[in-house]
Design a protein around this ligand. Structure first.
Ligand code: GLN
Length: 203
């Protein structure tokens, strides 16, 4: 199994590390590769879009000719996982808490609506114990300038919710082999969510 991590900016090597540990734990022969150029997309069984800054990641993916072929591949069934900024890149509809509708290069392959920076700025970062459909026990969610998932249309489905300032918002969603999280599972050392996604791929 060969899984790519989109490698322009953000938590790239954290995901590479989590993938390697997840392969070991699942007992699969896996390879984690960093994707920067269109050629790097060849032969992938899945791709992770890390957290960071979604505008930067999107602009670079577009400029380097990766955005369009990657969208085609995902529309044709390539599994993808997007964390934080990565979830924004996957989303079909994006707003920003601060500036409203914003035009930025996106893949737009998941039927979810997200609001960027929903939980505030860097200094308002926080952690929360989450319940996630398909995982036993709680999962520590690390939220850093994270988006909220405000809605999902079938076949997308929200699999984790968080009550924030009295409002119930989605913080993880799936759509077939696509997984989006508002938070950063790569920063916890807990590989269960990566394993959950890799199991979706293996099927
Ligand atoms: N706020 C960032 C964005 O809008 C995402 C932050 C993150 O990935 N930690 O792209």
């Amino acid at each position: 199994m060969k899984v790519g991590v989109l490698g322009y900016q953000g938590g790239v090597y954290e995901h590479v590390y989590m993938l390697r540990r997840s392969f070991d734990r699942l007992g699969v022969h896996g390879e984690a590769v960093v994707v920067k150029k269109p050629e790097d997309l060849k032969g992938l069984d899945g791709i992770i879009i890390p957290g960071g800054e979604s505008t930067t990641i999107g602009i670079l993916a577009k400029r380097l000719g990766v955005l369009e072929p990657l969208r085609e591949l995902i529309l044709n069934g390539l599994p993808a996982m997007g964390t934080c900024a990565g979830a924004i890149i996957l989303a079909g509809k994006v707003r920003d808490r601060v500036v409203g509708e914003k035009s930025q290069p996106l893949l737009g392959v998941m039927r979810i609506e997200v609001v960027r920076n929903f939980f505030g700025r860097q200094r308002e970062s926080f952690e929360a114990d989450l319940e996630i459909d398909g995982l036993q026990g709680r999962f520590r969610g690390v939220f850093i300038r994270s988006p909220a998932i405000m809605g999902a249309e079938s076949p997308a489905r929200i699999i984790s919710w968080l009550t924030y300032n009295g409002q119930n918002v989605g913080v993880a969603a799936v759509q077939g082999p696509l997984l989006a999280t508002s938070f950063h599972p790569e920063l916890t050392g807990d590989t269960r969510l990566h394993e959950l996604w890799l199991r979706l791929i293996k099927r």
